[in-house]
Design a protein. Structure first.
Lengths: 335, 335
């Protein structure tokens, strides 16, 4: 049996629960959880905002831990290995996207906390392919948020070939954005932080921004016209997208990893003249996750976290709901 | 003096006019016009739809002719050379886009029929860089529409790396779309034509489409879900873009070269999961135009045109306004 923190109904109290994970699949590994980050999408699942949550609900998709058991067919990991796991826990390995390296777009990809139990638990099982070994130079206790918040913003830099000579903007300096600033600074880019929180300006610079622009000041945004090669939006709110499109230079791209309530509308004339693109992307494949881990170890990049013991999970969810942690909450296993 | 067909007011009658082109610039060439295609954007300028037209207005931006004079500094072209010119007639050659090969995105690019006189004339002058020599195997009499309609749909295939293994859709089978079908068939792709005109289905297949889908049949579009790598829209009307986005597979791109009246709206959730993009592009650079001309010569690609003598220019504009020529009108110089 595996002990876990479960909610029995949408937004309900967390209770200690146990579940039977069944027989090990031959390609599974079992991970003794050491810590697990808390992400806004845990909140969305917890409140059943997307209508896909199964109860009892055990969230948690920023897992760091140690391999405790491996299935018969697993040859790449062994007990004692330090690994991390994110939103995805299994893919078919045979469909065209999987065969093409895009396991994150597998047609039957499994999500760790949708229809199964996630990382707010003493242990969790996932397909070995999705358990990513931590480089020795990476501090495991802070690594959790890399596996969702981190890879979400690292993936588009790889997918769309962001170059060290690019001028890049990051909209929203929170759990995702504070990692994007660190990545892009180490990537060699000119980095601008767009934030509506004046108090974050200094922190944004410490995290790697060379410049800070008020994301809700239309005049300031107008002055940025034509400047950017790439603007990465991490926010889930509706902005004046037309001004951000206008801030893109030739071949510029406005890329979102957040899901604002309303559609992003662009007049074709704004796209045509400067050959601009708008796009989105999901979390990355295992190959890209591993590139990110190496990159983080080489450049001493790590999430800024607030820690709580996992038994205070209810308090942690409330803290996330009430405000903005600086910048990510991590729950330490205290089972 | 150069004789030309001019309108003295928006949508006014065409009259024979003369203008003094002044001294030859050192990097200019003068082209004796043989024929010039008629494009929907000539109509937009003629009716001053965009508010940028200068009167008297001499349109025409799909010029084919023979070099008659060259400026002092021109070393790459000589009298007698057969050339073609499109929407752009001069660029600075020094700004970053020009220096990077993106002369079509030059910060001070000159448009041949905006604030100067275009190709519905006996002659026209342009910067030598923008006069593109026709390959010997290309029939000059039909080549005109390649320089606007053609390059507009060829350019995105180059810019966004469309691959011969891609499944590609073309929305709208008109002046642009009928060339896109030919390009994409020769490019090696699986080609689907989206058209609302049932009568065009058979012609679309003759032009290179392997499949035809009714562009206004929502059920038919739903059945295309996840199929396409690239969808190229050539239409200037508002469609149900959500269905077209849904028709894109992983890494798919919806690209428009037409300008519909309303913005194209996409919910971020439709972009994220499959890493989809929406984009637009302008006409191509001289380097891309020359790639297109070689490609057309090698694959015997040519516009399907209806011909009229240039003196019947008023009738030609009326014909374009009344209906859809199959697929492009070309005016032959009869000065």
């Amino acid at each position: 049996m595996i002990r876990a923190w479960a909610a029995n109904e949408a937004a309900g109290a967390f209770e200690l629960a146990e579940y039977d994970p069944g027989a090990m699949k031959s390609d599974d590994v079992e991970i003794a959880v050491e810590s697990c980050g808390l992400c806004h999408s845990d909140m969305s699942l917890y409140e059943d905002e997307w209508g896909v949550t199964k109860f009892p609900f055990v969230g948690g998709h920023e897992v760091v831990g140690t391999i405790s058991k491996v299935g018969d067919a697993v040859t790449t990991l062994k007990p004692g290995d330090k690994v991390g796991v994110g939103w995805f826990s299994r893919s078919c390995l045979t469909c065209n996207p999987c065969m093409g390296g895009d396991h994150n777009m597998c047609r039957s990809v499994e999500q760790i906390a949708v229809g199964r139990y996630g990382g707010f638990a003493e242990a969790v099982r996932v397909q070995a392919s999705w358990a990513n070994k931590l480089p020795e130079d990476l501090k495991p206790e802070d690594a959790g948020p890399l596996f969702c918040g981190g890879i979400t913003v690292f993936n588009p830099l790889v997918q769309f070939g962001v170059r060290p000579t690019d001028k890049v903007g990051v909209i929203g300096i929170g759990g995702l954005g504070h990692l994007a600033l660190q990545f892009l600074n180490a990537w060699g880019c000119e980095v601008t932080a767009f934030t509506s929180t004046g108090a974050k300006a200094e922190e944004a610079k410490q995290l790697g921004a060379h410049r800070v622009v008020n994301s809700r000041d239309d005049e300031a945004l107008k002055a940025e016209a034509g400047r950017y090669d790439f603007i990465l939006s991490t926010v889930a709110s509706d902005l004046n997208w037309s001004l951000y499109l206008n801030a893109l230079g030739p071949r510029g791209r406005l890329h979102t990893v957040g899901v604002p309530p309303k559609p992003i509308a662009a007049h074709a004339a704004q796209l045509l003249g400067n050959q601009r693109s708008i796009s989105g992307s999901p979390l990355g494949s295992p190959a890209t996750i591993r590139q990110m881990l190496d990159f983080c170890a080489r450049h001493a990049i790590s999430p800024k976290v607030e820690r709580l013991p996992m038994s205070r999970i209810g308090e942690a969810f409330q803290k996330l709901k009430d405000g903005t942690p600086r910048y990510r909450i991590v729950l330490d296993n205290d089972f």
